[in-house]
Design a protein around this ligand. Sequence first.
Ligand SMILES: Cc1cc2nc3c(=O)[nH]c(=O)nc-3n(C[C@H](O)[C@H](O)[C@H](O)COP(=O)(O)OP(=O)(O)OC[C@H]3O[C@@H](n4cnc5c(N)ncnc54)[C@H](O)[C@@H]3O)c2cc1C
Length: 481
Amino acid sequence: MRMAIIGGGIAGLAAAYELEQARKAGAAVEYTLFEAQERLGGCLASEIVDGAVLEFGPDSFLTEKPAAAELCRELGLGAELTPSNDSHRKTYIVVRNRLVPLPDGLMFLVPTKLIPTALTRLFSLRTKFRMGLELLLPPCGRDQDESVAALVERHFGREVVERLADPLLSGIFGGDSTLASARAVLPRLVEMENEYGSLTRGMLAAHRKMRASANATARKNGKPTGASMPRSAFTALRGGMQQLVDALTARLDQASVRLSTPVSGIERTDGGWRVEAGDATKHYDTVILALPAWAAGALLGRVDAVLGEELSAIPYSSSITVNLIYDESQLGRLPQGFGFLVPAVEGRTMLACTFVHRKFLGRTPHGKAVFRAFLGGTKGEGLLAKQDAELLATVRRELSEILSEAIFSQMEEPEHAQVSRWRRSMAQYSVGHQERKQRIAERVAALTGLRLAGNAYDGIGIPDCIRLGRQAAKELLVSRV
Ligand SMILES: Cc1cc2nc3c(=O)[nH]c(=O)nc-3n(C[C@H](O)[C@H](O)[C@H](O)COP(=O)(O)OP(=O)(O)OC[C@H]3O[C@@H](n4cnc5c(N)ncnc54)[C@H](O)[C@@H]3O)c2cc1C
């Protein structure tokens, strides 16, 4: 069987790895991985500068989603997995130029601890009062999807949207809470609203269930209850995400990889698919499109116009990361914690900043500090056109202003600075995403030998992209046996 994978980001690499494993195990499979750029990995890229790991794209993956760590272990990278430094996990929100810590007990935007919520400087008295009243809301089922902002505002008020939901969505996904789908982005909260009404009561009940099940497991294993070790929230690779790309690349059949080869067209044939890349057109039995949805839509438009339009209608945002290395002696006392998020109402260019040396230990030399600023998102497309020097000056100025209480008022020139631009890279799950995903799945099912993978469908993070890539390859292998 001849199989084409189009797109060599993490989803395409995971699919190719699965096919290579099958080939080595004796399956009659040949594959070609087409990648438009001169390197594999897509958004995953990093380098080590003077001993400091600089991540250009993602810096880690969610530990609770196992697909990424599992793949790393399979590739022999188990010893490289680095947990986030959760004993110092604290995230700040910028409120009128000051860093205010997120209160303890916030789960998926929902306050679950009375005292920290009552004492936090993040919310006004009025909002805290409203949070108390939220406990009384009765169950309510909604037929229609709505935005994350609408769901959060109905429960906790506008201030929680502005100071929490919006900065979290823009700082993590480059998104906009007024556009993002509650059903796709916060499905657990939507279920809780249906069952309990109050999200706080729903979250507390879920927490009790989780504790009871952890205690039951501990009892079964003869361990003391209540003593289970919390897992770190994030997992990184000691040498950076490029390690994962390199390990995957090394496992592939090098003759099956075509770099700098954008696919310009695909067509259905009687028994499969014709793929056009460069001057060559070749026949394949199956095709995996591991591309951003807009790129998949452009290729599929000629095969199924409706499918092409559905894919092209999934919005994407662009992002920019800026890494700055400093000698810690140049800085004052930086607050503890992983970094901060900047609400749009603060009127700043930066969306978020990670204190890299604090979030993951052992990836920055002793005495050095690495800041990783995040810019762009749905409201910041125009920034992509700016020169590096201008972006660096903006980040340094805003860092100096936001951290002015902690560090020297004017940040010096960094020892090293690096800027990465990621154009139309982050899929946005806008209101109605689940329904669109279903319509896309139905049309893809009608096209034998075709699968889609990538961040546009069922999770934007690395673990979901890996899961979907591997699943696409497995399904096609089984369908053709
Ligand atoms: C700045 C940033 C920070 C992030 N942070 C995190 C994080 O911390 N944790 C996390 O889990 N996720 C994070 N993400 C999200 C995650 O990295 C991405 O969703 C994921 O890497 C996307 O992988 P992909 O394979 O679907 O797509 P991509 O990485 O976009 O790969 C698609 C590939 O297809 C290629 N291509 C496009 N058109 C063609 C064509 N016609 N022919 C051939 N090839 C083509 C492209 O060149 C590209 O290499 C982040 C993303 C960004 C941009």
